[in-house]
Design a protein. Structure first.
Length: 78
């Protein structure tokens, strides 16, 4: 979709430099920036991302946590 927006000159210049540096079009840079910004403030999307991260435990992380807990418990005087 094409749209027109007003952007302060200093932000436009920074965005233009960044787009060139990243070898992207300004349209691509703006689209990615707005997608990231809206995702950051979309509570449903944030909760879904958190739930997905915890949905399937990482066996390597679980082993690490178990070993860390074992070592901690061994070093604590009861």
């Amino acid at each position: 979709m094409k749209t027109a927006v007003s952007i302060p000159d200093h932000i436009f210049k920074k965005a233009d430099r960044l787009a060139r540096k990243m070898n992207k079009s300004r349209s691509q840079l703006y689209a990615e920036a707005v997608a990231e910004y809206t995702a950051r403030y979309d509570e449903d999307e944030m909760v879904a991302a958190i739930n997905a991260a915890y949905a399937e435990p990482d066996p390597e992380l679980d082993a690490f946590v178990a070993e860390a807990a074992r070592r901690t418990l061994e070093s604590v005087e009861w």
